[in-house]
Write a protein that binds this ligand. Structure first.
Ligand code: SF4
Length: 290
C-alpha cells in the first residue's frame, strides 16, 4: 500500500530543499582585516609621521554649507586658486546682502583663500541666464560644464527643501547626510564628504586625486581601488566613535595631512621620498615595506 502523502506544512519534517545563499564577502572588511594582520598600525603610523612635520590641525568650519558645496563644484578638475576666482565672481555678480563670512581654508587647500565677503544670492545664481553665469564663472575654467551643474544643484536643493540652506545636514547621521547629497545629480562621495567634513566635522574622509595617489603608493588602499571606492575603505579604516569626538576627527586630520603631503612632498611626478616621514612604511619605494 502506498503511504498517504503528508501535506506541506502539516507537521511534516521535510527538509527545505533550497540552499541558503551565502553572503558575498565584503572586500572592504577583508582588506582592513588583512592590513591589520600583515601591516599592523599602518594607519596610525602614517598619521603620526605626517603629523610630525605638518602638525595636527584642529577642525574649524571654513564656510557656510551652501557656499562650501558650490565652491567644491567649482574646484572640480581645476586648481583651487581658479575656483576662488570663480566664486569671487559669483559674489560680485549676485550680491546677497547677507552677513560677511571669513574663509578659513587651512592646510590642504591649494589656493590663497577667499577674501572675506557675503555668500552670493543663491536664488539669483539659480535663475541667472545660463550664458551670463557661464561668463561669470569662466575665470575658474569649465564654465559651460559647471554653470548648468550649479544651477541644477541649487534647483534640486530648493525644490526639496524650500530654500538653499543646508544647515539641516548637520543634524543627520553622516551616511544619511551623504546619501541625501549624492542623490543630487553630479554630486559624488568626494564633494558630499568635503561639505560634511568641513562644515559639520562629520567623520567622512574625502578622497581627491592627491589623497588617492599617496594612499595607493603607501599601500593604504588596494592597488585597484578607485577614488570612489577609497571612501568606503577609509570609512572602515578610520572608524568614528561619536562619543569620542577627538577620535571621530581622525578623518579631518587624515584628509588635511594626506592632501597636503600630496602637494608638498609626494608629488605626482617626482615624489621627494628622501624628505618623507613615512618612507619606512611606503610600498612605493619598498614593495615589502612593513
Ligand atoms: S615615501 Fe615617497 S612615495 Fe611614499 S609616501 Fe613618501 S613621498 Fe610618497
Amino acid at each position: 500500500m502506498t503511504p498517504a502523502r503528508t501535506p506541506r506544512g502539516a507537521g511534516a519534517t521535510s527538509r527545505p530543499t533550497t540552499k541558503r545563499k551565502r553572503r558575498k564577502p565584503d572586500p572592504v572588511a577583508i582588506w582592513v582585516r588583512r592590513l591589520e594582520r600583515t601591516r599592523p598600525n599602518l594607519v596610525d603610523d602614517v598619521l603620526a609621521g605626517l603629523a610630525s612635520i605638518y602638525g595636527r590641525e584642529t577642525w574649524q568650519r571654513r564656510l557656510d554649507p551652501t557656499s562650501e558645496l558650490i565652491l567644491t563644484i567649482l574646484t572640480q578638475n581645476t586648481a583651487d586658486v581658479n575656483a576662488e576666482k570663480a566664486f569671487e565672481g559669483l559674489r560680485g555678480a549676485y550680491p546677497s546682502g547677507l552677513p560677511r563670512e571669513a574663509h578659513r581654508p587651512g592646510l590642504g587647500w591649494g589656493g590663497t583663500g577667499l577674501s572675506e565677503g557675503a555668500p552670493p544670492d543663491w536664488m539669483a545664481v539659480e535663475t541667472a541666464p545660463l550664458a551670463e553665469l557661464i561668463d561669470v564663472i569662466r575665470p575658474g575654467g569649465l564654465g559651460p560644464q559647471k554653470a548648468p551643474r550649479i544651477q541644477a544643484t541649487l534647483r534640486t536643493i530648493r525644490e526639496a527643501r524650500g530654500d538653499h540652506a543646508l544647515e539641516f545636514l548637520g543634524e543627520m547621521a553622516p551616511l544619511e547626510a551623504r546619501d541625501w547629497l549624492t542623490a543630487i545629480d553630479g554630486i559624488g562621495k568626494k564633494t558630499a564628504s568635503v561639505l560634511l567634513l568641513f562644515c559639520f566635522d562629520q567623520p567622512l574622509m574625502p578622497v581627491d586625486r592627491h589623497v588617492e595617489r599617496v594612499s595607493h603608493r603607501i599601500g593604504l588602499i588596494p592597488a585597484k581601488a578607485t577614488a570612489d571606492q577609497a571612501h568606503d575603505y577609509y570609512l572602515a579604516m578610520l572608524p568614528a566613535d561619536e562619543a569620542d569626538w577627538e577620535h571621530a576627527n581622525t578623518a579631518y586630520e587624515a584628509h588635511v595631512n594626506l592632501i597636503h603631503h600630496g602637494r608638498a612632498i609626494c608629488h605626482a611626478r617626482k615624489p621627494d621620498c628622501a624628505a618623507c616621514p613615512v618612507r619606512a612604511r611606503c610600498r612605493f619605494i619598498d614593495p615589502k615595506a612593513p
